[in-house]
Design a protein around this ligand. Structure first.
Ligand code: SF4
Length: 229
């Protein structure tokens, strides 16, 4: 695999404190045994992956005991446990699991990040926090020079990306673009937007999202990239 596990150049991200509620929430989070407070990253979690990626997957925010602990999106939690084996099967990931920053995982043609880089209490960022963090996401997207397809994981990440398209003057009303699993929207020469149900434990356990649904979506993304040349 010719991928990479690098982050992009985001000076100042790790020291960002624009969202006091989130900073305080990370400080107060009780570690989950057997981990202790020292095991937790508890800072903004940067995206990672292939800087030459044509595909970028955008989740909502770090999981409390996953990315917020490990320091890498979807690493060490149920959402990642579901997603990485399938990304590996589809050829986007060098291994079928993600356990820590030192696990050697590389991504090929894929970059993974979150709309909000810090852990939100109850997994629910407020509008101001989405807005505060959008410039970091925009910096990541601008650095992905080959980007052709954005996968929004879940409705909140999807609407956050619609805000990004609106800020670039590509759309006016967000409600013209309803979220759904497998929806595809094109905005001129900008990256194609694909919606996906979130790979959360809840969605998996309730059957809202299955392995075959997510694999089909990855196949669909591969076809969109191929058709984009
Ligand atoms: S969520 Fe984003 S904007 Fe807010 S403090 Fe974290 S990195 Fe900064």
């Amino acid at each position: 695999m010719t991928g990479a596990c690098a982050g992009l150049d985001l000076p100042g991200l790790l020291a960002c404190r624009r969202c006091p509620r989130l900073v305080e929430g990370m400080r107060q989070l009780k570690p989950k045994p057997p981990w202790t407070r020292d095991d937790y990253w508890s800072r903004p979690v940067p995206g990672f992956g292939d800087p030459g990626a044509r595909v970028c997957l955008v989740g909502l925010a770090p999981g409390a005991h996953g990315a917020n602990r490990s320091g890498r999106p979807f690493t060490g939690d149920g959402a990642g446990d579901f997603m990485y084996p399938l990304l590996h099967r589809a050829g986007f990931a060098s291994r079928p699991d993600a356990v820590s920053l030192e696990d050697g995982l590389e991504l090929a043609d894929l970059y993974i990040t979150n709309a909000v880089k810090c852990l939100p209490p109850g997994n629910k960022p407020v509008a101001r926090e989405f807005a505060n963090c959008r410039p970091w996401l925009e910096q990541e997207l601008e650095q992905l020079e080959n980007l052709q397809v954005l996968i929004a994981l879940g409705g909140d990440a999807f609407r956050n990306l619609l805000q990004y398209y609106r800020s670039r003057g590509l759309i006016t009303r967000l409600t013209d673009y309803p979220f759904g699993h497998g929806v595809v929207y094109r905005f001129g020469n900008a990256p194609i937007l694909v919606g996906s149900y979130h790979t959360s434990r809840y969605n998996i356990q309730t059957g809202r999202l299955t392995e075959s649904m997510f694999m089909q979506l990855l196949d669909q993304v591969r076809r969109l990239v191929a058709a984009s040349g």
